[in-house]
Design a protein around this ligand. Structure first.
Ligand code: NAP
Ligand code: G4F
Length: 370
């Protein structure tokens, strides 16, 4: 029995990777993360962990088997959290082959890297599966027994990931599991996912930095939770006596329209939605005088998908009973409020920085500073 606590996280720079790293460090793990080279700085979410004695980074890529084999050989992890993915559903329609390579074959590469290092009976593996597998849903709400019907290149790639994890569990008796996670958001969420796009826009519009927010399908329904609460489940799934798959969700459903209303409200703007489909608009009915009566939200065909998943709603009963996890730790209202508060501060800080830059440029021009 290996008593070391050594975690390897792929996708460590992402939203979930950053929260999971903090969580595991707190639990006493040595945490190793795989990063890929980029010409711009993308390590913002983990910058505060760099230099921590329990936190270590390695270069690698989900498309490069050799790099994965080498990192696994160096780290000899007791747990792997495979979070790396091209995770944007709309982007998967534009880059389907890359999405398949990272999100499908990438999972196989991780499993084979473990086998190549003869760690298949020492290392437990968590796979970041997704509610997108339910896609064109066949049942509402969705649980572990609901049939899958993937509805995007992303979901089809993730379906391979789900099944290859199950196959290696059965074929080689490996401890590998999927967490079927419903949407989880946070102040660290990528800025092109709908919730963060909305909270940032609400903050910018409230502070006079943006005129309007353009969105796609306002009627789409999601089960949105808080990412910080969800990483605990990833860990709990790997601590169970037997490898099993779990649905992780709040059990509550809201539309994109509801999220938009709540986010603007938290930023001090009350909206009324009028019209239907492409003609629907969000008009300011209460808030700063200069915004009242203005159209602040419009629908644009640019944000519609060739096929869209519109009715996700998870049933977290198994996670509640078997993992002892609380799906209501952070409510929908608290989630919106956390994200808007963060983005109001971010936009205000950006404004101060930009004023300082302008002043500095002016002082330099006038020769007031050298
Ligand atoms: P995210 O913020 O988009 O992070 C994705 C991570 O994957 C980033 O660290 C990214 O690195 C890394 N990555 C992408 N391509 C890679 C490659 N070729 N090699 C190495 N690393 C690569 O995603 P997230 O929201 O944290 O989600 C984590 C995982 O959970 C993903 O697998 C996602 O599909 C899945 N999931 C997410 C949700 C959700 O609601 N958030 C729900 C269900 C499942 P860079 O920083 O270099 O781009
Ligand atoms: O925020 P989204 O882009 O997230 P989506 O597609 O649900 O995917 C996320 O959650 C999955 C779990 O279910 C993860 F597997 C996946 O990695 C990712 O984290 O879109 C949510 C909904 C969609 O129906 C979309 O059509 O919002 C709708 N939407 C409406 N307007 C929009 C927009 N989505 C985006 N990104 N941008 C819009 O302007």
């Amino acid at each position: 029995m290996d008593n070391r606590k050594v975690a390897l996280i792929t996708g460590v720079t992402g939203q979930d990777g950053s929260y999971l790293s903090e969580f595991l460090i707190e639990k006493g793990y040595q945490v190793h993360g795989i990063i890929r080279r980029s010409s711009v700085d993308y390590r913002e979410r983990i910058a505060h962990l760099e230099g921590h004695p329990q936190f270590h980074l390695h270069y690698g890529d989900m498309g490069d088997s050799m790099s994965l084999v080498k990192v696994v050989a160096t780290v000899r992890p007791t747990e792997i959290y495979n979070l790396a993915a091209q995770s944007h559903v709309q982007v998967s329609f534009d880059a389907p082959e890359f999405t398949a390579d990272v999100d499908a074959t990438g999972v196989l590469r991780v499993l084979e890297a473990v086998r190549a290092n003869h760690l298949e009976h020492e290392c437990r593996i968590y796979q970041a599966s997704t509610s997108e597998l339910y896609g064109k849903v066949e049942e509402v709400p969705q649980n572990e027994n609901t049939p899958f019907h993937p509805y995007s290149p992303y979901a089809v790639a993730k379906l391979y990931g789900f099944w290859i994890i199950k196959e290696y569990r059965e074929a080689y008796n490996m401890f590998c599991c999927s967490g079927i996670l419903f949407n989880h958001e946070s102040e660290r969420r990528g800025e092109t996912f709908v919730t963060r796009k909305i909270t940032l826009a609400a903050a910018r519009i409230a502070q006079g930095k943006q005129e309007k927010l353009l969105l796609g399908n306002l009627s789409s329904l999601r089960d949105w939770g808080y990412a910080k609460d969800y990483v605990e489940c990833m860990w709990l799934i790997l601590q169970q006596p037997e490898p099993e798959d779990f649905v992780i969700a709040t059990g509550e459903q809201h539309s994109v329209r509801e999220f938009t209303y709540a986010a603007f409200k938290a930023a001090g703007i009350e909206l009324r939605f009028e019209g239907e489909d492409m003609e629907e608009k969000g008009i300011c009915v209460k808030g700063p005088a200069e915004l009242v009566g203005k159209v602040l939200v419009e629908v644009s065909p640019d944000f519609y998908r060739p096929t869209d998943v519109v009715n996700l709603w998870g049933d977290p009963t198994k996670a509640k009973t078997k993992l002892g996890w609380n799906p209501s730790k952070t409510t929908f209202e608290q989630l919106v409020s956390i994200m808007v508060k963060h983005d109001m501060e971010k936009v205000a800080a950006e404004h101060v920085a930009s004023v300082m830059r302008t002043n500095l440029a002016e002082y330099l021009e006038k020769g007031l500073v050298k």
